[in-house]
Ligand binder design. Structure first.
Ligand code: UD1
Length: 417
């Protein structure tokens, strides 16, 4: 298994090109199941493990997929299957998104129930309740869920929580269901609006994406389309936070500041100077960060995916900060690993109290999930001495060419195979 070694304590100076959004690319690639015509998706972070897994998933369902750089071309290769393989769903929970398009088009789908994961139980009840409200019947069988509905009915759905995945799954189903479906208490993340833009290109009508009420007017037959994925706001946010921790000045290109309002506000309160324009963001940081408390919330709140990197930054602050995780129930696994680098963090339920220290120091640590890995990276870049991060495959799920991008801005990062 690969490891990353980081010699920390060097400021970051230079430009990083932000990749396309993983979390937008995943549902958009899955949306190609809605049509038999060719689709091309551009600005896909095709080097990421989760994207490779999605390509395998589409192929296993009967699509032909060609990846060339950041462009992915998906075409039909015969009839589609309606059963998602367990080994793929187990590797990537977002695989359950195939349920929506396949159920709507073929009246039947079989998907393994994704197990829990490091950050929580992560049930899919909101997805299933939505399908049931559209008329699907659910049967559980040997760890799989079978959904059937000769024809889904459009309808008025209301989610008990604005789940990103459930909103996407139901939008995908509604796009292939003739009539008008409304999803209330929908997730408002930019990735939802990007999926909506793709669905519109396929021929569906979508209104309100990005607000808490999304209306989809589906069609029996959708066409092929070409689409460019939005920039990855989590990758961009991680590098901004890394620069605030390690100091220096960084320019991000292909970045969208409008998707990072809560994070930029928090960084400014911590003392970073930030400027942005169309497609770029610049950060400069000299001193130690001020303590800034925050709590995670669905968009446009502070993203849960940047909570762990934020905690790493606060570990170096000049005071005490509180970090509250209100989206996932168990997303503090990084606290104990950060402590190995000298951080002072005490966790109690959904809240963590972080007392800043002046210096962190390098140590061997282990990534437990994508964003915990990112937090360790942020801390390691700022720490004195050498950090070795084990289980880098977690980082590789969400950060394309992480050692290349960081090395080019002056960090000493190397991968050990
Ligand atoms: C997506 C993102 C992930 C991000 C998360 C929250 C992708 C591929 N992943 O994950 O990076 O951290 O949004 O912004 O886009 N829940 C239920 N029942 C359900 C569905 C969700 O209880 O049926 C709960 C989850 O356990 C969790 C919360 O709702 O506590 C948020 O989950 P959700 O918004 O669905 O996240 P994902 O779509 O899985």
């Amino acid at each position: 298994m690969d490891r990353l070694t980081i010699e920390g304590g060097r400021p970051l100076e230079g430009t990083i090109a932000v990749s396309g959004s993983k979390n937008a690319a995943l549902p958009i690639l899955v949306a190609t199941l809605l049509t038999d015509e060719p689709c091309v998706v551009d600005n896909v972070p095709a080097g990421l493990r989760d994207i490779k897994t999605t390509v395998r998933l589409l192929e296993s369902l009967g699509k032909r997929v060609r990846v060339g750089g950041a462009s992915v071309r998906v075409t039909a290769a015969g009839s589609l299957k309606t059963q998602a393989p367990y080994d793929i769903v187990q590797q990537m929970r977002a695989s359950v998104l195939v349920a929506g398009p396949l159920l709507a088009r073929f009246g039947l789908v079989r998907v393994p129930i994704p197990g829990g994961c490091a950050i929580g139980l992560r049930p899919i009840d909101i997805h299933l309740q939505g399908f049931e409200a559209m008329g699907a019947r659910r049967i559980a069988d040997e760890g799989d869920i079978i959904l059937s509905a000769p024809r889904l009915a459009p309808g008025a759905l209301r989610l008990r929580f604005p789940s990103v995945g459930a909103t996407e799954n139901l939008m995908l189903a509604a796009a292939a269901t003739p009539g008008r479906t409304t999803i209330r208490n929908a997730a408002r993340e930019p990735e939802i609006a990007d999926l909506a833009a793709f669905l519109v290109r396929l021929g569906a009508r979508v209104e309100g994406a990005g607000t808490s009420a999304v209306t989809i007017e589906g069609r029996l037959r959708l066409k092929g389309a070409r689409h460019r994925v939005i920039p990855d706001r989590v990758e961009a946010g991680t590098y901004l936070i890394a620069c605030a921790a390690a100091r220096g000045r960084l320019r991000l290109k292909n970045a969208e500041a409008g998707h990072l309002t809560a994070v930029i506000a928090a960084l400014r309160r911590a003392g970073a100077r930030i400027r942005f324009g169309r497609g770029w963001i610049e950060i400069a940081m000299d001193g130690r960060p001020q303590p800034v408390s925050m709590r995670t919330a669905p968009y446009p709140g502070f993203p849960t995916d940047l909570q762990a990197p934020w905690m790493a930054l606060m570990a170096l602050s000049s005071g005490a900060a509180r970090v509250r995780e209100d989206v996932f129930e168990n997303r503090f696994l990084h606290a104990a690993e950060l402590a190995r680098l000298g951080a002072r963090i005490s966790v109690s339920g959904a809240a963590a109290a972080v007392s800043g220290v002046e210096q962190l120091s390098g140590a061997p640590v282990m990534a437990s999930d994508i964003r915990a890995g990112a937090a360790l990276l942020v801390a390691a870049l700022a720490a004195r001495g050498r950090t070795v991060i084990q289980r880098v495959y977690h980082v590789d799920r969400g950060y394309e060419d992480v050692e290349g991008k960081l090395s080019r801005v002056g960090a000493r990062v190397a991968r050990l195979k």
